[in-house]
Write a protein that binds this ligand. Structure first.
Ligand SMILES: *[C@@H]1O[C@H](CO)[C@@H](O)[C@H](O)[C@H]1NC(C)=O
Ligand SMILES: *[C@@H]1O[C@H](CO)[C@@H](O)[C@H](O)[C@H]1NC(C)=O
Ligand SMILES: *[C@@H]1O[C@H](CO)[C@@H](O)[C@H](O)[C@H]1NC(C)=O
Length: 347
């Protein structure tokens, strides 16, 4: 608290005098206004949260600094709804994707594939927690592929592919702590969220998603909906300020949607019977109806694996349920772009 007033005064001086100094370098008035605005925003965020949340402020500010190798354009939050306009490049083995500006507005949104260094910079100093089933594990894998060099990746793949287990890694190069918590059922995600709530630190980014296990082993959409409602409540309790003195910045939360199921390719009779299109639809509706997602008042931004996997299609799966890495890579890039947008909006 001690330095808040001094920092505020300093910030005001910087906002006032730095652009004036720049005017001396013959910058146009628009550019001056832009710099002035950017500085103000950066400083305002810094002054308000730096004393309390060193990691969070570093995380947010790193997204705003001009050192970002390809400076992110400012995009309105409406861009969030166009992020899944992705096309997969037709190839024998699809190994790449493009953002497809179907609607002219999505072109204005200027989505970009973040490189390793951009992603490292964006996520620098943050804790990323992923809780979910095999889809979530594949998502973690694509995150690691982006952040780690190929040689380091080989060592990791063995560990991460041990089925049904948790996984943890500290990527010191980027100061990123990544946790995967095996959570095949929604109740498992709820308990992860509840544990976080009592803990000393919240992750900066939280990714969760499940449903396939429930579909196969419980096969009751309304029960799935009830379980999702518990997830929603636990997430909401993390977002609302704690009773403790130091309110913690809530995580950016993302929900991994159910993949498109290609029934004829599912590898057991039981799956073919229980994981039909009708059941899938009913489960999807529970996701919308349960209120876990942002548009229905929840905390999670959807990473729409359903639509991404549908666009990639037959060529991208061998078991009708788990898709090629490129689908999760696209979902990851959607998340990173959403984080860029969100950190610009939170100001
Ligand atoms: C991450 O931040 C630390 C300081 O906070 C800095 O030394 C390091 O270079 C940054 N790394 C990347 C990849 O941006
Ligand atoms: C997940 O939840 C189920 C059902 O509540 C429980 O039986 C199982 O032990 C949990 N698994 C993990 C890994 O927490
Ligand atoms: C499905 O789940 C709901 C809610 O848990 C329960 O009330 C209902 O009896 C279940 N239906 C079947 C067929 O088990």
């Amino acid at each position: 608290m001690f330095a808040a007033a001094q920092l505020g005064a300093l910030a005001a001086c910087i906002v006032l005098f730095v652009p004036m100094g720049m005017a001396g370098w013959h910058l146009s008035r628009n550019k001056m206004l832009f710099f002035s605005g950017a500085l103000f925003i950066t400083l305002a965020v810094g002054v308000h949260i730096a004393p309390y949340f060193p990691a969070a402020s570093q995380f947010l500010i790193s997204t705003l600094t001009p050192s970002f190798s390809s400076s992110p354009p400012f995009r309105p939050s409406s861009c969030l709804s166009f992020m899944h306009d992705v096309s997969f490049l037709p190839a024998d083995a699809p190994s790449s994707f493009d953002w497809l500006p179907i609607r002219s507005r999505s072109a204005d949104c200027g989505f970009q594939k973040l490189s390793r260094s951009d992603a490292g910079e964006l996520l620098n100093g943050s804790w990323i927690l992923v809780a979910g089933d095999s889809q979530a594990r594949l998502f973690v894998l694509s995150l690691l592929r982006l952040l780690l060099a190929r040689s380091a990746m080989e060592a990791v793949e063995g560990d991460l592919f041990r089925r049904h287990s948790d996984y943890q890694i500290m990527i010191s190069e980027h100061g990123v702590k990544l946790d995967f918590v095996w959570s095949p059922f929604e109740a498992n995600i709820t308990s992860v969220l509840q544990k976080l709530r009592g803990g000393p630190r919240l992750p900066e980014v939280l990714v969760a998603g499940s449903g396939l296990w429930h579909m196969l082993h419980v096969n009751n959409a309304s029960d799935y909906g009830e379980n999702l409602a518990s997830v929603r409540r636990s997430a909401a309790s993390m977002v609302s300020p704690f009773s403790s003195e130091l309110a913690m910045q809530p995580p950016h939360m993302f929900w991994l949607g159910l993949p498109t199921l290609l029934n004829s390719m599912l590898n057991t009779e039981e799956k073919k019977e229980k994981m039909s299109m009708t059941v899938w639809d009913a489960y999807e509706q529970e996701v919308d109806g349960s209120g876990v997602l942002r548009p229905s008042g929840g905390s999670f931004v959807l990473l729409d694996i359903g639509s991404l996997s549908r666009s990639c299609g037959l060529q991208c799966t061998t078991d009708g349920m788990h898709y090629e890495g490129v689908v999760y890579e696209a979902a990851l890039q959607v998340m990173l772009n959403a984080l860029l947008i969100e950190s610009q909006q939170r100001i």
